[in-house]
Every structure is written in structure tokens, then in C-alpha cells.
Ligand binder design. Structure first.
Ligand code: HEM
Length: 487
């Protein structure tokens, strides 16, 4: 009896395996995507790409595939990547293909969509209009406070006086949390102050935990993940509860603001004011959890780690190239007579070497370099570089590869701000290959804030200090680890 059962089981497993293999083979070799170059095993299953994602290595793996197979590669049964300017324009700018909800839905907060995760173009456009105005005028409204926060960094570092090494990422993460809270609520959270007295910053920690957690979560079915969250370990609980910590923080601050009447001023300048007015105009009874909280939380996450990461790499580049550091310092010394007085942002935007340095930093170390996945919508097939792509196919490009295209950027791995200097008066292909903030209608809404914070920090630190790397900071220790944002 036992042997009959085990034979039956074996037969069932064998049949399942043969059916799955036949299906994968059919998809790989007979689907409309079968002409597109790429590894045959990747065309059969998403498993292979997922293993690279799990090891935080998907972005460089895709880059290697593009180098090997050419500018268009099939990397999954239903997934195609490309690195080509016309295709970029067509997918992201002209056709505005929607985001792939399969991957972006993991970013939802409690299952609620926000600007970043929305895949429906129409709902996105409404939300974007409501929020976009906040970021286009954020520097106008908050420049004095932004500079004050930045000069705090200088003061704290002056107190250390170069006697001890400083973990730049930790410091800049706290700085960016202060910047994002400032733009969201209009007050100084004091995260940098806390850093200066060696105290942990729960919001900064929760932001980091959240970004790592969603990657981990994406590998488990929801019911398993929900069970895992109850594992009785304090660190694990705070790790998986990062979203709750952030939501609670936002809820309390919004309540405080409402009680003080701060949301009803005539001038709408903070992100939260914009969001409250927006939700009121849609439906006065909308709960905070439906729009304001998830939207605010995602701006904390999207805004702080990204900019802190890019800034850290920019500082590292200053330690590696004395020639670059000297040129930057010379330009800043001439333009800024008083090192404790940062000139207006409009003046900083005219400094050629500073801008070239920042462009180059964003090219090599933009914090969001992975595949920006879109889906071909229902309707006619899409023509991608001579290949027919049916509706439902996931397609996309990644700035990691576009920014390392040797035709646009000769010696692409070299950190060389000069490559931007030559081109400032004669726009050329490299400018159209520049996409650290994404492109099209889904381009980073926080870009003006990120650019302003990066400019202010680089100016303040390079004008006031000579930056050197600690002996433990090496090429190996600085190798980027790739999630959706880099680590
Ligand atoms: C160096 C810093 C930053 C980089 C490299 C960066 C990069 C990006 C990229 C590549 C996208 C497009 C993602 C996609 O198409 O899937 C994006 C979108 C977004 N970013 Fe940023 N970002 C930065 C800073 C910020 C800041 C400071 C904020 C806000 C405080 C922010 C908020 C957002 C939001 C809300 C979106 C979604 C926009 C939409 O879909 O309409 N980011 N960012």
C-alpha cells in the first residue's frame, strides 16, 4: 500500500515537473519575445533574476547582460530590458507606460497607494498636481532653514576638529531626515543634534529598516510574512514594524499641527498642508490613513536615504581625487568669501565646477540606479528597437547602465567632472543620457529638494574642510549593494 502511494506521489510530482518544464520551454522559445537576445534559462523562469535580487545584485547583473547581449535583452519569460535613448523616450516620456504594479505594490503602506507606487496614470496625475507645487517652491520657502541645518553640520564637525573619524552616512542620513521633516512639517526635528550627542534617531533607523524590509517581504507570500512578523525578538519586531513607527510619527505630528491650527494658514507651504488641502478637496471626510499618512511616509523614505547615500559617495570621491578636491575648493574659496555664509541657491547654480561635480556624482552614484519597470498597456503591440513586444510585457531601463554607456561617457567608471564642463555650452548626447531622477511623468518629484540639499552640503563641507577617508574606508567597503535604492 505504502509503495503504491509513494509511486502515485512520485508520478504526480514527475507529471507536474514535466508540465512546468514544457510550459517554460514553450514560453522561452515560442512566445513573441523569443527573438530577443538573452540567456535561454532566464527566458524560461523569473527564478534566476530573483536570485540576483535576493543577493542585492540585480542591477549590475542586468548591466553585464546588456554589455554581453547588446542594448535589448530578455531577462525573464515576460521581462525585457533595454539601454537606448529612443526607447527611453518612447516608453517613459511619449507613451508614459504605467509602472509595473507587480513590483511597485510592495512599496504600498498598509496596502494603500501613494505617488510612488501608483500605477494608474490618471490617479497619479491628480496626486502629482497636488504635491508637485510644494516641491517646485520648496527651496524658495525653506532656503534659510535649510542653510541653518547645513551650517549645523559644519559647527558639529568643527567641534570634533578632525580628531575622530566621522561616519558620514549616519550623519547625512540624520541631516536628510531633518531636511525632509522640515519640508513636510516646517520644523526642525533635531536629528543632527541627536547625532552630535551620540543618541540614536528612531525615525532615521525606521527608514533604513523599512527599505530593507520591503525587499525581504517581497520574497514571501503575505500570510507567511504576516506570521513571521510575530517572531518574538525585539530587534526583529522593530525591523518589521518600521512602517508603524513612521506612521505613528506622522499621525502625531499631523494631530499636533491640526490642534495648533497650523494647517489652515493662507500660504500652503509644507507638504502636509498640501496633502490636507488636497484630501479635503476630494472628500472632507477622508481619513488621515487614506492619503496623508502613507504619502508622507513614502516621502520620508524616498527622500532621506537616497540623498544621504549619494552625498556620502560624493564625499568619498573628494577623498580619492585630490585634483578634483582642489579644483572644487578653489572655485568655492573664490565664490564664497565667508565660509559660514552660504550664497543664495541661484548663485550656487552658476558655479561651473560645483555643478559638474554634482552631475558626475549623480551619474556614478545616483541612489536609485535599478530597473524602472513599466508594462506595455493593453492595445496594439509595441515596437522596441525592431522587436515586437506584446501588451502585458514588463519593460524598462536602468540608469546604472545608461550612465555607463561608453559612447556617451568615455571611460565610464572614471569619476571625471570635467566631462560635464566641456559640454556646458554645447548640450550633447551625455545630457540626454542623464537620468538619476528617472524620467517622464514619473520623474522624481523631490528632485528640487534633493538638488538643493546636495548643493548646500557639498558647498559647506568642501568650503570649510579638507576631507580625507578613514583607513577602514576602502574600495571594497564602498562597493554598492543594490536594492531598489543602493546601500
Ligand atoms: C539623490 C536623491 C534622489 C534620487 C537619486 C531619487 C531618484 C528617484 C527616481 C529614479 C525616481 C523614479 C522612480 C521610478 O520611475 O520608478 C524617484 C521618484 C520619486 N522620488 Fe526621488 N530621488 C531622490 C530624492 C528624493 C527626495 C528628496 C524626495 C522627497 C522628499 C523624493 C521623492 C520621490 C517620490 C515621491 C517619487 C515618486 C514620483 C512619482 O512617481 O510621481 N526623492 N526618485
Amino acid at each position: 500500500m505504502a509503495s503504491i502511494l509513494s509511486n502515485l506521489l512520485l508520478g504526480l510530482v514527475g507529471t507536474g515537473f514535466v508540465i512546468a518544464l514544457a510550459k517554460s520551454t514553450y514560453i522561452a522559445f515560442f512566445s513573441p519575445l523569443h527573438r530577443i537576445p538573452g540567456p535561454w534559462y532566464m527566458a524560461m523562469s523569473d527564478f534566476f533574476l530573483a536570485t540576483h535580487l535576493m543577493r542585492f545584485h540585480q542591477t549590475p547583473t542586468i548591466h553585464k547582460l546588456i554589455q554581453k547581449y547588446g542594448p535589448v535583452v530578455r531577462v525573464g519569460p515576460n521581462k525585457v530590458v533595454f539601454s537606448n535613448l529612443e526607447a527611453m523616450q518612447s516608453v517613459y516620456v511619449q507613451n508614459k507606460f504605467p509602472k509595473n504594479s507587480g513590483s511597485y505594490s510592495h512599496f504600498r503602506i498598509d496596502g494603500v497607494d501613494h505617488l510612488f507606487s501608483m500605477s494608474d496614470n490618471e490617479s497619479h496625475a491628480v496626486r502629482r498636481r497636488a504635491i508637485g507645487s510644494h516641491y517646485t517652491s520648496v527651496v524658495l520657502h525653506f532656503q534659510p532653514q535649510l542653510y541653518q541645518l547645513t551650517l549645523q553640520l559644519v559647527n558639529h564637525l568643527n567641534l570634533i576638529g578632525g580628531r575622530l573619524p566621522v561616519d558620514c552616512l549616519l550623519l547625512l542620513r540624520n541631516y536628510m531626515v531633518d531636511v525632509v521633516v522640515l519640508s513636510t512639517f516646517g520644523f526642525d526635528l533635531g536629528a543632527v543634534q541627536r547625532w552630535s550627542i551620540n543618541e540614536p534617531e528612531p525615525i532615521a533607523d525606521a527608514i533604513i529598516d523599512f527599505t530593507t524590509c520591503i525587499i525581504l517581504e517581497s520574497f514571501f507570500p503575505a500570510f507567511i510574512w504576516n506570521a513571521l512578523r510575530f517572531f518574538p525578538n525585539a530587534r526583529w519586531r522593530s525591523f518589521t514594524g518600521a512602517a508603524s513607527i513612521l506612521k505613528e510619527f506622522v499621525r502625531c505630528r499631523v494631530n499636533d499641527l491640526q490642534q495648533l491650527g497650523g494647517v489652515e494658514t493662507h500660504e500652503t507651504i509644507t507638504l502636509v498642508q498640501c496633502l490636507l488641502r488636497h484630501t479635503k478637496s476630494l472628500n472632507p471626510d477622508t481619513q488621515l490613513g487614506a492619503v496623508v499618512i502613507p504619502e508622507t511616509v513614502v516621502h520620508f523614505i524616498a527622500g532621506s536615504e537616497t540623498s544621504a547615500m549619494t552625498l556620502t559617495y560624493m564625499l568619498w570621491q573628494l577623498t580619492r581625487s585630490p585634483e578634483v578636491a582642489d579644483k572644487l575648493q578653489k572655485e568655492l574659496d573664490e565664490a564664497i568669501p565667508d565660509p559660514h555664509n552660504i550664497p543664495d541657491m541661484a548663485v550656487l547654480r552658476t558655479l561651473p565646477y560645483l555643478n559638474a561635480f554634482i552631475q558626475e556624482g549623480l551619474r556614478l552614484h545616483g541612489a536609485v540606479p535599478p530597473l524602472l519597470e513599466r508594462v506595455v498597456p493593453p492595445g496594439p503591440n509595441f515596437q522596441l528597437m525592431g522587436y515586437t513586444i506584446p501588451p502585458g510585457t514588463v519593460i524598462g531601463t536602468q540608469s546604472w547602465s545608461v550612465h555607463r554607456d561608453p559612447e556617451a561617457f568615455p571611460l565610464p567608471e572614471k569619476f571625471d567632472p570635467e566631462r560635464w564642463m566641456a559640454k556646458i555650452d554645447s548640450p550633447c548626447t551625455s545630457a540626454s543620457h542623464f537620468m538619476p531622477f528617472g524620467l517622464g511623468t514619473r520623474v522624481c518629484v523631490g528632485q528640487p529638494l534633493a538638488q538643493a540639499a546636495i548643493r548646500a552640503v557639498i558647498v559647506a563641507l568642501a568650503r570649510n574642510f579638507t576631507i580625507t577617508a578613514d583607513e577602514n574606508t576602502t574600495e571594497a567597503s564602498m562597493t554598492m549593494v543594490h536594492g531598489f535604492v543602493c546601500f
